[in-house]
Design a protein around this ligand. Sequence first.
Ligand code: SF4
Length: 160
Amino acid sequence: MADIIYIFEGKPYFNITNKCPCNCAFCIREQKDVVGSAKQMWHNTQPTFEDVKTAVDALDWSIYNEAVFCGYGEPTNELELLLKTAEYMKEKHPKIKLRLNTNGLSDLINCKPTAEMICKNIDAVSVSLNAEDSEKYDRITINIYPKRHLMQCLNLQVTA
Ligand code: SF4
Protein backbone atom coordinates (compact mmCIF):
# COMPACT_ATOMS: atom_id res chain seq x y z
CA MET A 1 0.00 0.00 0.00
CA ALA A 2 1.16 3.55 -0.68
CA ASP A 3 2.13 5.89 2.13
CA ILE A 4 -0.90 7.38 3.88
CA ILE A 5 1.32 9.63 6.01
CA TYR A 6 4.63 10.99 4.77
CA ILE A 7 7.01 13.58 6.20
CA PHE A 8 7.76 16.70 4.17
CA GLU A 9 9.84 19.61 5.43
CA GLY A 10 9.53 18.35 9.00
CA LYS A 11 5.73 17.94 9.00
CA PRO A 12 3.49 14.89 8.63
CA TYR A 13 1.26 15.02 5.54
CA PHE A 14 -1.84 12.90 4.98
CA ASN A 15 -2.16 11.30 1.56
CA ILE A 16 -5.70 9.94 2.00
CA THR A 17 -6.81 9.72 -1.63
CA ASN A 18 -5.64 10.01 -5.23
CA LYS A 19 -9.02 11.25 -6.46
CA CYS A 20 -9.25 14.79 -7.82
CA PRO A 21 -11.72 16.56 -10.13
CA CYS A 22 -8.91 18.63 -11.66
CA ASN A 23 -6.00 18.01 -13.93
CA CYS A 24 -3.90 21.09 -13.23
CA ALA A 25 -1.09 21.80 -15.64
CA PHE A 26 1.25 22.45 -12.70
CA CYS A 27 0.24 19.43 -10.57
CA ILE A 28 3.21 17.89 -8.80
CA ARG A 29 1.72 14.45 -9.46
CA GLU A 30 2.76 14.84 -13.09
CA GLN A 31 6.30 15.84 -12.18
CA LYS A 32 7.39 13.59 -9.32
CA ASP A 33 6.60 10.02 -8.27
CA VAL A 34 6.90 10.85 -4.57
CA VAL A 35 7.25 13.77 -2.15
CA GLY A 36 9.33 13.96 1.04
CA SER A 37 9.73 10.65 2.86
CA ALA A 38 7.09 8.85 0.82
CA LYS A 39 8.10 5.67 -1.00
CA GLN A 40 4.86 5.50 -2.95
CA MET A 41 2.07 8.05 -3.35
CA TRP A 42 -0.34 6.26 -5.68
CA HIS A 43 -2.74 3.98 -3.79
CA ASN A 44 -3.65 0.63 -5.35
CA THR A 45 -7.00 0.87 -3.57
CA GLN A 46 -8.69 3.72 -1.75
CA PRO A 47 -7.49 3.69 1.91
CA THR A 48 -10.18 2.96 4.50
CA PHE A 49 -10.52 4.69 7.86
CA GLU A 50 -8.95 1.59 9.45
CA ASP A 51 -5.92 2.00 7.14
CA VAL A 52 -5.60 5.66 8.10
CA LYS A 53 -5.96 4.86 11.81
CA THR A 54 -3.18 2.28 11.51
CA ALA A 55 -0.93 4.91 9.89
CA VAL A 56 -1.78 7.47 12.59
CA ASP A 57 -1.09 4.99 15.38
CA ALA A 58 2.25 3.97 13.84
CA LEU A 59 3.70 7.50 13.93
CA ASP A 60 5.44 9.09 16.91
CA TRP A 61 3.54 12.40 17.09
CA SER A 62 5.48 13.73 20.08
CA ILE A 63 7.94 15.64 17.86
CA TYR A 64 5.30 17.36 15.71
CA ASN A 65 2.87 20.21 16.27
CA GLU A 66 1.12 20.33 12.89
CA ALA A 67 -0.16 17.93 10.25
CA VAL A 68 -1.40 18.73 6.76
CA PHE A 69 -4.00 17.00 4.59
CA CYS A 70 -2.30 17.20 1.20
CA GLY A 71 -1.25 14.28 -0.94
CA TYR A 72 -1.56 13.03 -4.49
CA GLY A 73 -5.24 13.91 -4.65
CA GLU A 74 -7.88 16.31 -3.33
CA PRO A 75 -8.64 15.39 0.33
CA THR A 76 -12.28 16.56 0.16
CA ASN A 77 -12.88 13.95 -2.53
CA GLU A 78 -12.97 11.54 0.43
CA LEU A 79 -14.89 13.87 2.72
CA GLU A 80 -16.10 11.27 5.24
CA LEU A 81 -12.59 9.85 5.56
CA LEU A 82 -11.15 13.35 5.96
CA LEU A 83 -13.67 14.27 8.68
CA LYS A 84 -13.25 10.99 10.56
CA THR A 85 -9.47 11.26 10.40
CA ALA A 86 -9.54 14.84 11.68
CA GLU A 87 -11.87 13.78 14.52
CA TYR A 88 -9.59 10.84 15.39
CA MET A 89 -6.54 13.10 15.38
CA LYS A 90 -8.25 15.55 17.76
CA GLU A 91 -9.14 12.67 20.09
CA LYS A 92 -5.70 11.07 20.07
CA HIS A 93 -3.42 14.06 19.46
CA PRO A 94 -5.31 17.23 20.43
CA LYS A 95 -2.14 19.35 20.44
CA ILE A 96 -1.51 18.77 16.72
CA LYS A 97 -2.86 21.60 14.58
CA LEU A 98 -4.55 20.31 11.45
CA ARG A 99 -4.41 22.10 8.12
CA LEU A 100 -6.24 21.22 4.94
CA ASN A 101 -4.73 22.09 1.57
CA THR A 102 -7.57 22.07 -0.92
CA ASN A 103 -8.59 23.15 -4.39
CA GLY A 104 -11.71 24.66 -2.79
CA LEU A 105 -14.13 22.54 -4.81
CA SER A 106 -15.47 20.49 -1.90
CA ASP A 107 -19.04 21.82 -2.18
CA LEU A 108 -19.18 20.84 -5.85
CA ILE A 109 -17.48 17.50 -5.28
CA ASN A 110 -19.86 16.61 -2.46
CA CYS A 111 -22.87 18.51 -3.78
CA LYS A 112 -23.56 20.24 -0.45
CA PRO A 113 -22.13 22.98 1.74
CA THR A 114 -19.12 21.48 3.51
CA ALA A 115 -17.18 24.34 5.14
CA GLU A 116 -18.85 24.01 8.54
CA MET A 117 -18.20 20.29 8.82
CA ILE A 118 -14.61 20.68 7.65
CA CYS A 119 -13.93 23.43 10.18
CA LYS A 120 -15.23 21.35 13.10
CA ASN A 121 -11.85 19.66 13.65
CA ILE A 122 -9.55 21.29 11.11
CA ASP A 123 -7.77 24.39 12.36
CA ALA A 124 -6.67 26.00 9.10
CA VAL A 125 -7.58 25.72 5.43
CA SER A 126 -5.36 26.75 2.50
CA VAL A 127 -7.34 27.16 -0.70
CA SER A 128 -5.54 27.24 -4.05
CA LEU A 129 -7.22 30.03 -6.00
CA ASN A 130 -4.99 29.64 -9.06
CA ALA A 131 -6.63 32.38 -11.14
CA GLU A 132 -8.42 35.70 -10.85
CA ASP A 133 -11.54 34.69 -12.78
CA SER A 134 -13.50 31.52 -13.44
CA GLU A 135 -12.64 31.32 -17.12
CA LYS A 136 -8.92 31.33 -16.43
CA TYR A 137 -9.42 29.01 -13.46
CA ASP A 138 -11.20 26.45 -15.64
CA ARG A 139 -8.47 26.70 -18.26
CA ILE A 140 -5.63 26.19 -15.76
CA THR A 141 -7.18 23.50 -13.59
CA ILE A 142 -9.04 21.59 -16.32
CA ASN A 143 -11.67 20.75 -13.70
CA ILE A 144 -14.75 18.64 -14.39
CA TYR A 145 -17.15 21.43 -13.31
CA PRO A 146 -16.45 24.25 -15.78
CA LYS A 147 -18.70 27.28 -15.14
CA ARG A 148 -20.57 25.42 -12.38
CA HIS A 149 -21.29 26.54 -8.84
CA LEU A 150 -22.99 24.83 -5.91
CA MET A 151 -26.56 26.00 -6.66
CA GLN A 152 -26.33 24.49 -10.14
CA CYS A 153 -25.00 21.31 -8.60
CA LEU A 154 -27.95 21.14 -6.18
CA ASN A 155 -30.42 21.89 -8.99
CA LEU A 156 -28.87 19.14 -11.08
CA GLN A 157 -29.35 16.74 -8.18
CA VAL A 158 -32.96 17.75 -7.63
CA THR A 159 -33.94 17.51 -11.27
CA ALA A 160 -31.88 14.40 -12.09
S1 SF4 B 1 -6.24 20.20 -7.58
FE1 SF4 B 1 -4.26 19.66 -6.64
S2 SF4 B 1 -4.15 17.42 -6.76
FE2 SF4 B 1 -5.77 18.07 -8.16
S3 SF4 B 1 -4.76 18.22 -10.14
FE3 SF4 B 1 -4.72 20.27 -9.22
S4 SF4 B 1 -2.77 20.43 -8.12
FE4 SF4 B 1 -3.14 18.25 -8.59
